[in-house]
Each structure stands twice: as structure tokens, then as C-alpha cells.
Design a protein around this ligand. Structure first.
Ligand SMILES: *[C@@H]1O[C@H](CO)[C@@H](O)[C@H](O)[C@H]1NC(C)=O
Ligand SMILES: *[C@@H]1O[C@H](CO)[C@@H](O)[C@H](O)[C@H]1NC(C)=O
Ligand SMILES: *[C@@H]1O[C@H](CO)[C@@H](O)[C@H](O)[C@H]1NC(C)=O
Ligand SMILES: *[C@@H]1O[C@H](CO)[C@@H](O)[C@H](O)[C@H]1NC(C)=O
Ligand SMILES: *[C@@H]1O[C@H](CO)[C@@H](O)[C@H](O)[C@H]1NC(C)=O
Ligand SMILES: *[C@@H]1O[C@H](CO)[C@@H](O)[C@H](O)[C@H]1NC(C)=O
Ligand SMILES: *[C@@H]1O[C@H](CO)[C@@H](O)[C@H](O)[C@H]1NC(C)=O
Ligand SMILES: *[C@@H]1O[C@H](CO)[C@@H](O)[C@H](O)[C@H]1NC(C)=O
Ligand SMILES: *[C@@H]1O[C@H](CO)[C@@H](O)[C@H](O)[C@H]1NC(C)=O
Length: 377
């Protein structure tokens, strides 16, 4: 029985390491240069939106202290006031570490966190623009927060995730979260129907009891999808993009005047894509590691409706390099649990924090759990 257990355990480690090869992510710095982190084993500054469609090279910003980008469900968030990027799940060996990229100083540091009952393995999160506090809906359905203070470099004191409260949502809710005006918007809750959101008011730490309605001819459907907030030059975010899993359109919801406008849906209709928005752009990272963007023109619906998605040209070759290295590293060293630390990344994930699911791997997790239940482990 013990032998079988070790065999199954070895099989599990070998296969899961071969299949889960880590995640790059995309974010912005405070000057709205696009940062592509963990592409081809390196980090890149892709420049501002005007060059994305044409520039063939990006600036290599790889430096010491960076995360290995070998985690599952890696996500990145811009702290606009501090010109810092926070990377969650960037290091499989140190799952409780948040890597901080100080984009001004071009340096990395590592902040230790104490998750408590919060689970890094499955969550959806936003970073509140004004308070610099993360809010995350965790696997068990509770809302948690983590105060990043004024951090652009880590300090030696661990910071703790706090259990804020349980949302008044159905237990099977699959989070779709977006931030606007210091309110967390939760879309596709229960039977609320199209054009509706639930709101958590950050400053008062409470769930507004009423459903928030965004009616209108172009309102967004009641379906699961991805959401991300547009930035503004300095102030609070007022608009967010929603990309439903049905790719019927890309919806932009303005919470000042409650209007919804549309952009074309992404050309690559991959529900495992993640998204980040700048001020005048929406950027997609698909699950093959390809990066696309569509320009957004606040206030000009005619332009928006006719906008086109394009590839971020300078990243195109980097992704295939990542895939190649990742596969050969995994294959040549299968069975060696530490070997993946130098593999590069090819499998991005949901930017909002819910890790992409890998059918085969989750099957194996299921198998492992089954064996655990049966007492094999
Ligand atoms: C999540 O886990 C924490 C810690 O066990 C618990 O306090 C909280 O009530 C749980 N939330 C839900 C919705 O079950
Ligand atoms: C470390 O960061 C935390 C969170 O921002 C802060 O409360 C604490 O004062 C910081 N400690 C030092 C020594 O800077
Ligand atoms: C940006 O902020 C300004 C000033 O608060 C506001 O008037 C404008 O509507 C904002 N733009 C967007 C797209 O949110
Ligand atoms: C937007 O909707 C909220 C809630 O329904 C309402 O209080 C507010 O007046 C609306 N704003 C506008 C400009 O219609
Ligand atoms: C809502 O505000 C946005 C941003 O300022 C603007 O582009 C849009 O035309 C407004 N929509 C309505 C219906 O007032
Ligand atoms: C690497 O693996 C990925 C995912 O399985 C696959 O899409 C890609 O084609 C592979 N690349 C090479 C060079 O084998
Ligand atoms: C890695 O292994 C997989 C599965 O055995 C195989 O399909 C793939 O071609 C291998 N990739 C490389 C680069 O050897
Ligand atoms: C595992 O891989 C690491 C890093 O490549 C290497 O140092 C170590 O010797 C390997 N261990 C085994 C048992 O192959
Ligand atoms: C990782 O592998 C690449 C390519 O083989 C190599 O250039 C690099 O030095 C390695 N990095 C580490 C940390 O081993």
C-alpha cells in the first residue's frame, strides 16, 4: 500500500509539473508603459500604446529579485500612486510571497504575507486604487482584504489577509469583480439579470443591500466573464470593461452616469484570457501567452464601435520561446520537483486571480484527493 502511494505520488508530481508550466502576466507602470512580466524567462517594458502595434522590440527590464513566474494563476496589479506592480502567485515555492516591482527604481523586493484562511490557490481580486488595499473573494466564499499600505518596496514585517465578511451571494458564485469609484462591482450574481451588479462599498466596508442597475439599450449580459478597470490620469477609476465568456461584445460601464458602451469583442475568443486596462486601451493576454489590445476612446462611441484589436508586436516571438523552453525543461527533467524553477512560462491565467483550470491537472488533484481520502497518503 505504501509503495502504491509513493508511486501515485511520484506520478502526480511528475505529471503536474510537466503540465503546469507557470504564468506570465501583463500590467502597466504609472506612465502607462505596458509591462510584460515572465515572457520568455524575462520581463519587458513594451512602451506606451502608440508603439504597441508597430515596435518590433521591447526593452528588457529583467533584473535580480524577480519572481520565477512558475506559479499557477499569476496575477499582477498596478498601484498607481506608488508606481509599483504587485505580483501574486509568481513563485510556486513561496506561495505566500507577494513580489513588488518598483517601476521607478526598476527593482524587485519580496513581501511575506500571512494568508490565514485566505487561499492563494483560488480567488478573484481587485486592488483598491485609493486605499491600496486588496480585496479578494476566496475559494470558501468569504471576502478578504490585505493592506499594502504605501509599499513600493517590501518591509520585513509580514502582512496579514483579513477575513472581512461573507457576501450575500449564492454559494456557487463564480466571481466577476471590477473596481469603480471605490466600489467593488460583482457581476453575474445569482438571478439578478442583465445590466445589474452587486456593490461592496470599500470606505464603509459594507455590501449595499440593493442591486445596482445599469440599464440602457447596450447593457451587459448576465453571464460569467472577465472584468478590469480603466485607469484615469490621476484620479479614481470610473469605468470598467466586462468581457463576457460568450464574447457577445466588450462592454464598458461608466459608474458616474450609469451608461454602457461597447467595443468589439476580442478576436481571440479564449475564456481563459486575462485583461488589464490603461486609460485608452484594453489589453488581453490569452492562454497561449499572446497579447492583444484594442484602443478605447472615452466619449466617442463611433470610434469605439469601429476600433480593432491588434497584436502587441514586440511580444510575439517571446511567447513561442517561452513555450519551447518550458516543454523541453519539463520533459528532460521530469520527476525532479525542483527542476521547474528555471522553466519559462507559457500558460497565463485569469488576471483577476482565479487561476486557469488545467483539466488534466485538476483531474490529478482529484485523484490525489481521492487517494488521500482512501488513506493512501
Ligand atoms: C472561510 O473560512 C474562514 C476560516 O475558516 C471562516 O471564518 C469563514 O466563515 C469561511 N467563509 C465561508 C463563507 O464559509
Ligand atoms: C511595513 O509595512 C506595513 C504595512 O504597510 C506598515 O504597517 C509597517 O509600518 C511597515 N514597517 C516598516 C518598518 O516600515
Ligand atoms: C477622469 O477624471 C476626470 C476628473 O475627475 C473626470 O472628469 C473624467 O470623467 C475621468 N475619465 C474617465 C474616463 O473616467
Ligand atoms: C446612477 O444610478 C444610481 C443608482 O441607481 C443613482 O443613484 C444615480 O442617480 C444614477 N446616476 C445618474 C447620473 O443617472
Ligand atoms: C457618460 O460619461 C462618459 C464619460 O465621460 C461619456 O463619454 C458618455 O457620453 C456619458 N454618457 C451619457 C449617457 O451621458
Ligand atoms: C509547448 O506546450 C504548449 C502547451 O502544451 C503547446 O501549446 C506548445 O505548442 C508547445 N511548444 C512546443 C515547442 O512544443
Ligand atoms: C514533451 O512531452 C510531451 C508529452 O510526452 C510531448 O508531447 C512533447 O512533444 C514533448 N516536448 C518536447 C519539446 O520534447
Ligand atoms: C533536480 O534539478 C535541480 C536543478 O536543475 C538539480 O540541481 C538537481 O540535482 C536535480 N535533482 C535530481 C534528483 O535530478
Ligand atoms: C535558465 O536557463 C537558461 C537557458 O538554458 C539559462 O540561460 C539561464 O542561465 C538559466 N537560469 C538559471 C537561473 O539557471
Amino acid at each position: 500500500m505504501l509503495r502504491l502511494a509513493s508511486l501515485v505520488s511520484l506520478l502526480f508530481l511528475t505529471l503536474s509539473q510537466t503540465l503546469v508550466s507557470g504564468s506570465p502576466c501583463v500590467s502597466f507602470d504609472a506612465n502607462f508603459n505596458l509591462l510584460a512580466l515572465g515572457f520568455g524567462g524575462k520581463d519587458w517594458n513594451v512602451g506606451t500604446q502608440d508603439v504597441w502595434a508597430t515596435a518590433t522590440t521591447a526593452t528588457d527590464i529583467t533584473t535580480t529579485g524577480r519572481p520565477p513566474f512558475d506559479g499557477t494563476g499569476t496575477t499582477c496589479y498596478l498601484a498607481q500612486f506608488f508606481n509599483a506592480v504587485y505580483v501574486l502567485n509568481g513563485d510556486a515555492k513561496n506561495p505566500n510571497s507577494i513580489y513588488i516591482y518598483d517601476a521607478g527604481a526598476k527593482s524587485w523586493s519580496t513581501q511575506v504575507t500571512t494568508p490565514g484562511s485566505f487561499s492563494y490557490s483560488s480567488f478573484d481580486a481587485i486592488l483598491d486604487h485609493d486605499t491600496n488595499v486588496f480585496y479578494a473573494l476566496s475559494t470558501n466564499g468569504s471576502l478578504y482584504n490585505l493592506d499594502m499600505g504605501t509599499m513600493k518596496t517590501a518591509n520585513s514585517t509580514a502582512i496579514a489577509w483579513n477575513n472581512v465578511q461573507q457576501p450575500p451571494f449564492p454559494a456557487n458564485y463564480k466571481p466577476v469583480m471590477a473596481l469603480a469609484q471605490n466600489h467593488i462591482h460583482f457581476l453575474d450574481v445569482g438571478t439578478d439579470g442583465p445590466g445589474n451588479a452587486r456593490i461592496f462599498v470599500i470606505h464603509y466596508s459594507y455590501f449595499q443591500p440593493e442591486v445596482q442597475s445599469y440599464p440602457g439599450s447596450k447593457t451587459f449580459p448576465a453571464t460569467h466573464g472577465q472584468a478590469t478597470s480603466f485607469f484615469n490620469q490621476t484620479g479614481v477609476q470610473q469605468e470598467f470593461a466586462f468581457i463576457p465568456d460568450d464574447f457577445s461584445s466588450t462592454y464598458v460601464i461608466n459608474v458616474e452616469n450609469n451608461s454602457t458602451r461597447t467595443l468589439p469583442p476580442p478576436t481571440v475568443q479564449d475564456t481563459k484570457s486575462s485583461y488589464v486596462a490603461g486609460i485608452t486601451s484594453l489589453v488581453q493576454l490569452d492562454s497561449a501567452g499572446s497579447v492583444f489590445f484594442v484602443p478605447y476612446t472615452p466619449g466617442d462611441d463611433t470610434v469605439n464601435v469601429n476600433a480593432a484589436w491588434s497584436s502587441v508586436k514586440s511580444l510575439v516571438g517571446l511567447v513561442s520561446t517561452a513555450n519551447l523552453q518550458s516543454n523541453s525543461t519539463s520533459n528532460s527533467t521530469s520527476g525532479n520537483q525542483t527542476s521547474n524553477s528555471n522553466s519559462t512560462n507559457s500558460t497565463p491565467s485569469d488576471h483577476d486571480g482565479a487561476p486557469s483550470s488545467y483539466p488534466v491537472t485538476s483531474g490529478l488533484v482529484g485523484l490525489a484527493v481521492l487517494f488521500a481520502i482512501l488513506g493512501f497518503f
